[in-house]
Design a protein around this ligand. Structure first.
Ligand SMILES: NC(=O)c1ccc[n+]([C@@H]2O[C@H](COP(=O)([O-])OP(=O)(O)OC[C@H]3O[C@@H](n4cnc5c(N)ncnc54)[C@H](OP(=O)(O)O)[C@@H]3O)[C@@H](O)[C@H]2O)c1
Length: 242
């Protein structure tokens, strides 16, 4: 009997996360649907199973330390190793506010999910990732996480100005580089990706791409061979400027 490779996707009950989970399951992984709400998570699991795919729920709120470490302990009882971790969960609170109007409590809440969440989850699941032959970590960043693009007047990303969301993704890119440096000697690759402008609840379904199209770069970086890059930032057109 072959033991399937194991993947965990946070925020996988809908949107881009669900599309990544489906893509990984189709690529032959057993997928753990990370979801903060068990009934929403179970619905996503049922959707994948209806398609004949292997998935289970892992209840996990990335903003809650106890929840994350409880989930890591539970997973370590179920699997010998974790091959792929996709830090996908993310929020935006109010993108209509000017930087001078953003409330500190909202900024902290955004950082708790978009920045501290991936750090917390990566640290908690690292012991299991280290047991895999070729661990892969993907950080779901954003085009607005690129300082080069948000300051380039020819880029579409220079037209938006989200204080909390943007800075959380810029910092997430730096976090990606830090983990990549530490984990490279162990063969674990860590890359940040941007999905493009995707139609999901995050942006009131105003995006132009489908969640499946938005999932493509994350899937590519999750499935990297041993000759693939680490510590980079990638989109559908390849390497992105920081
Ligand atoms: N859509 C875009 O155009 C776009 C562009 C660039 C980057 N991104 C990034 O892509 C990622 C996915 O976003 P999306 O567009 O697919 O948005 P979405 O449809 O709103 O999905 C976000 C997911 O994150 C989950 N989540 C939120 N807070 C969480 C928490 N504390 N713990 C665990 N899960 C949590 C949500 O769960 P609930 O259902 O429980 O809320 C949901 O499953 C985010 O990191 C986002 O910043 C999106």
């Amino acid at each position: 009997m072959t033991i399937k490779r194991q993947a965990l996707v946070t925020g996988a009950n809908k949107g881009i996360g669900l599309a990544i989970a489906k893509g990984l399951a189709e690529a032959g992984f057993f997928v753990w649907i990370g979801a903060r709400d068990s009934s929403r998570g179970e619905q996503a699991v049922a959707q994948l199973r209806d398609d004949g795919l292997d998935a289970s729920l892992l209840e996990l709120d990335v903003a809650d330390e106890d929840s994350v470490y409880r989930a890591a302990a539970m997973l370590s009882e179920q699997v010998a190793a974790l091959d792929v971790l996709i830090n996908n969960a993310g929020i935006a609170i109010d993108m209509s506010k000017a930087p001078s109007e953003v409330r500190m409590q909202d900024m902290k809440a955004v950082y708790e999910v978009n920045l501290f969440g991936p750090v917390r989850v990566t640290q908690a699941f690292l012991p299991l990732l280290k047991k895999a032959d070729q661990g892969r970590i993907v950080m779901m960043s954003s085009g607005v996480g690129s300082l080069a693009l948000i300051t380039d007047p020819t880029s579409i990303y220079s037209t938006v100005n989200f204080l909390d969301y943007t800075s959380s993704k810029v910092a997430l890119n730096a976090v990606t580089v830090s983990f990549a440096k530490e984990l490279e000697p162990l063969g674990i690759k860590v890359n940040a990706v941007e999905p493009g402008h995707v139609r999901t609840d995050l942006n009131g379904n105003s995006g132009v791409l489908t969640p499946e199209e938005g999932a493509a770069t994350a899937l590519k970086m999750a499935l990297l061979g041993s000759d693939g890059p680490t510590g980079g930032f990638f989109g559908s057109h390849g390497r992105q400027p920081w």
